[in-house]
Ligand binder design. Structure first.
Ligand code: HSE
Length: 437
């Protein structure tokens, strides 16, 4: 059989890795795919970089449109990123009847519905294993391996940069800014680290997983997103004292009222395996009704780990290239005309447990006032800790853990606590997930 011909858009970290791994494992991959997979064209605005990678016979261009229009190309691999030119080229490739592989989580989380519909109309595949958790085959697991299950929840450490920062803050007792600078120096965080540290990158990924798990459209605009920039070493230490570790989690859950979809720093019991995922590594727990909890761990970024996912998609498409489109795995696992309109519930209605750090003046009756408010809001306390004041200060931190309550109740309690004259400053709030049912 003729080789399947690939056009690569972008040869940065992941594109370069894809080229290298495809070349290195060419024979093994062909034995799996049933045909050779060859890179026929490379497009990159950095022509020098593209030329230095390309072997003879590979066409190099600075114009991605030349790839999407080339009738010899079977699959276009988009590794440019962003939501402008990448979107244009993907839609153009689809319109020209080409399958697409992309690692572009931001694009799919925002425009997935349009892109999947265009692909469906043309009978081509859009594959995106590399868009979520780098080298971990979580899309394949959710879409195929767990297909028997009614999935109840997913919780994942899906941003390596922020996990590295939290690990270093805890291990070395360093402040956020210092660890961020170190992450940038090591090349983990981008020069503009906003997407990583503000939870946006994780939100893109949990949006995609939520759609696949629950058969709902991709809806990035509905995710509640909170990053790690306000976390202090103090909170990390207090959480540890109470048996918890703080991780930036992407969480999606099926509950009675709809679907929860959120990203925020979260206290999780130290004894859970996922609590011990350190540094830039990623891990995702998926709970299915039949299988129970399953855990997926590995490199969430990097050249060859992410290339591993890109190439897995290339092999999948090569195997399915000649199959009737109706017999292929749908991009979101559920048949496109059977997606449900189950609502994503507003954050106010989410039920979880909370960690509150309250700065108070150390005098009689303060704790009684705070606990009265909490009781009046129908919130039950599960742990209470008062930290000793330093010699020079008359103020202390009160740490409170609550049982399950609805977010709007805790917000009301926080507003009332902040209004107390004995409370100084804002109440710092984090959410807790036990991840046990
Ligand atoms: N910047 C991401 C991370 C990897 O730090 O995990 C790409 O999504």
């Amino acid at each position: 059989m003729n080789p399947i011909q690939i056009g690569l858009l972008g040869v940065g970290t992941v594109g370069g890795g894809t080229y290298t791994v495809l070349k290195r494992n060419r024979e093994e991959i062909a034995r799996r795919a049933g045909r050779e997979i060859v890179i026929k064209m490379i497009a990159d605005t950095n022509l020098e970089r593209a030329r230095s990678l390309a072997d003879s016979g590979v066409i190099v261009t600075g114009d991605g449109h030349e790839v999407t229009k080339n009738p010899d190309i079977d699959i276009v691999v988009e590794l440019i990123g962003g939501q402008t030119i990448a979107k244009e080229l993907i839609l153009e490739a689809i319109a020209n009847g080409k399958h697409v592989v992309t690692a572009n989580k931001a694009l799919l989380a925002n425009h997935g519905t349009e892109i999947f519909a265009a692909a469906r109309a043309k009978g081509v595949i859009v594959a995106f294993e590399a868009a979520v958790a780098g080298g971990i085959p979580i899309i394949k697991a959710l879409r195929e391996g767990l297909t028997a299950n009614r999935i109840t929840w997913i919780a994942g450490i899906i941003n390596g940069t922020s996990n590295f920062i939290l690990s270093e803050m805890r291990d070395k007792g360093l402040p956020f800014d210092q660890v961020l600078a170190q992450a940038q120096k090591l090349g983990y965080a981008e020069a503009d680290p906003t997407y990583d540290i503000e939870g946006i990158d994780a939100a893109h990924k949990i949006t995609l997983m939520s759609a696949i798990a629950f058969g709902i459209p991709v809806q990035f605009s509905k995710v509640y997103v909170e990053g790690i920039t306000k976390l202090t070493g103090e909170d990390i230490r207090y959480a540890e004292e109470l048996g918890y570790r703080i991780k930036l989690l992407g969480i999606t859950k099926r509950v009675e009222k709809g679907i929860e979809l959120r990203v925020h720093p979260t206290l999780i019991p130290m004894k859970r395996l996922i609590a011990n995922v350190e540094g830039v590594m990623n891990a995702i727990v998926v709970k299915g009704d039949a299988v129970g909890a399953t855990l997926y761990y590995g490199a969430g970024a990097g050249s060859e780990p992410t290339a591993s996912s890109v190439i897995a998609d290339l092999v999948d498409i090569t195997r399915l290239h000649t199959a009737d489109p109706k017999h292929r795995v749908p991009p979101l696992s559920f048949q496109p005309d059977l997606l449900s309109d189950t609502p994503v519930i507003p954050m106010d209605e989410v039920e979880t447990s909370y960690y509150l750090r309250i700065q108070v003046v150390d005098k009689p009756g303060v704790m009684a006032e705070i606990t009265r408010i909490v009781a009046e809001q129908n919130i039950s306390i599960s742990a209470l800790l008062q930290k000793e004041a330093s010699d020079e200060s008359d103020q202390v931190s009160v740490i409170m853990l609550t049982h399950l309550t609805v977010e709007k109740n805790i917000n009301a309690a926080i507003a009332r606590i902040e209004a107390l004259p004995v409370v100084t400053g804002k109440v710092f709030r984090l959410r807790i997930e036990e991840l046990n049912n």
